[in-house]
Write a protein of this length. Sequence first.
Length: 118
Amino acid sequence: VQLQASGGGLVQPGGSLRLSCAASGRIAGINTMGWYRQAPGKQRDLVALITRGGSINYADSVKGRFTISRDNAKNTVYLQMNSLKPEGTAVYYCNANLFSTTRWADYWGQGTQVTVSS
């Protein structure tokens, strides 16, 4: 199983970016998918989470600015980030709780750098 994230980059404050993460491999089912971020010297924190049925949780710091969505047919999760702030600079990781060959487990993508700076 592999999670491939893309879409990071450098953006000015107030700008937008869209992250994508596609899960591939021997996948029998996916429960939750989400995005986390880790700034230098800090712990990895939840940004947004979406269940297979579409229930969503956001970190308070991104509510109203970020939108998470998923395409179950493509095993892909997206994160639309608007009104980005400098404190949003971090490596963003996608996560999926999925059933592969014999069990449910959490899988992580490789991370994509988002830098918000003028």
